[in-house]
Design a protein around this ligand. Structure first.
Ligand code: HEC
Length: 199
C-alpha cells in the first residue's frame, strides 16, 4: 500500500479514538480536576498568541490620569473584585472555585495595558472572564486598565478611599464594601448612561 493510504488510515484511527473518548463521557469536565500539564501549556500558548495577534494600543489614553484611575476604581470594586480580589484579601468563594483561577490583580503587575484592555473588552472563552465590552464603553474599560496598573501598590485603606471617592460608580449605601452584596448598585458610564443592578 502507498504511504498516503497508511497515513489516512492512521488519521481515521486517531479521529475515531478522540470521538470515542468524547462520546463515552470518559473526559472529566469538572472544574476541580486540573488539566494535564501538556493541555495547560497548549491552552496558555493559544491564549497568549491569540491575544497578542488581536490587541492594539489604539486610542490609549494617559493611564496616569488621576480621574481615569478613580473612575476605574468604582467599576473594579463593583464588578471585578469578586474574582480578582482587593488588597488584603486572599480569596473569595468565587475566586476559589473557578478554573482556571482568576489572576490576583492585587499582586500581579499588568505588563501590557493594550493586552489588558483587549482581555477586559472581549473576555476569554471557557475561563469565566466575561466580555465587558458588551455593557461598557471603551473609556470605562481604559479606566479599569489605569486602575489595575496601580492596584499592586495600593494599601487596603488607599483602595477603599479611592473607591468611595469614585464618581463613576455609586452604591446604594455609604459603606459600600460591607453592604455591596445586599445593595442595589447604580452604574454610571462615561457617556452618561446609567443602569441599576439589583444584587
Ligand atoms: C467571574 C470571574 C471574573 C470576573 C467577574 C472578572 N474576571 Fe477577569 N479574569 C477571570 C479569569 C478566570 C481570568 C484568567 C483567564 C485565563 O486564565 O486565561 C481573567 C483574566 C483577566 C485579565 C488578564 C490578566 C492577565 O494576567 O493576563 C484581566 C486584565 C482581567 N481579567 C480584568 C478584569 C476586570 C477589569 C474585571 C471587571 C470588569 C474582571 N476581570 C472581571 C475571571 C473574572
Amino acid at each position: 500500500m502507498k504511504l498516503i493510504t497508511w497515513l489516512l488510515a492512521l488519521l481515521l484511527l486517531v479521529v475515531m479514538a478522540v470521538g470515542g473518548i468524547i462520546w463515552s463521557g470518559g473526559y472529566n469536565i469538572a472544574a476541580d480536576e486540573p488539566h494535564w500539564p501538556l493541555t495547560e501549556d497548549l491552552v496558555e500558548t493559544l491564549r497568549d498568541r491569540s491575544i497578542a495577534a488581536r490587541q492594539s494600543g489604539a486610542d490609549m489614553p494617559d493611564l496616569d490620569d488621576e480621574s481615569l484611575i478613580r473612575a476605574g476604581a468604582g467599576n473594579y470594586d463593583a464588578m471585578c473584585d469578586g474574582c480578582h480580589l482587593e488588597p488584603g484579601e486572599d480569596s473569595t468563594e468565587l475566586s476559589m472555585g473557578l478554573y482556571p483561577a482568576p489572576p490576583d490583580l492585587t499582586m500581579e503587575h499588568i505588563e501590557d495595558p493594550a493586552e489588558a484592555f483587549w482581555v477586559i473588552k472581549h473576555g476569554i472563552k471557557m475561563t469565566g472572564m466575561p466580555a465587558w465590552g458588551k455593557s461598557m464603553d471603551d473609556a470605562s474599560i481604559w479606566g479599569m486598565v489605569a486602575f489595575i496598573r496601580k492596584l499592586p501598590e495600593m494599601s487596603e485603606a488607599g483602595y477603599h478611599e479611592l473607591v468611595v471617592s469614585s464618581e463613576g460608580h455609586t452604591h446604594g449605601q455609604a459603606d459600600a464594601n460591607d453592604a455591596r452584596e445586599e445593595s442595589a448598585t447604580v452604574h454610571v458610564h462615561a457617556d452618561g448612561s446609567e443602569h441599576v443592578h439589583e444584587d
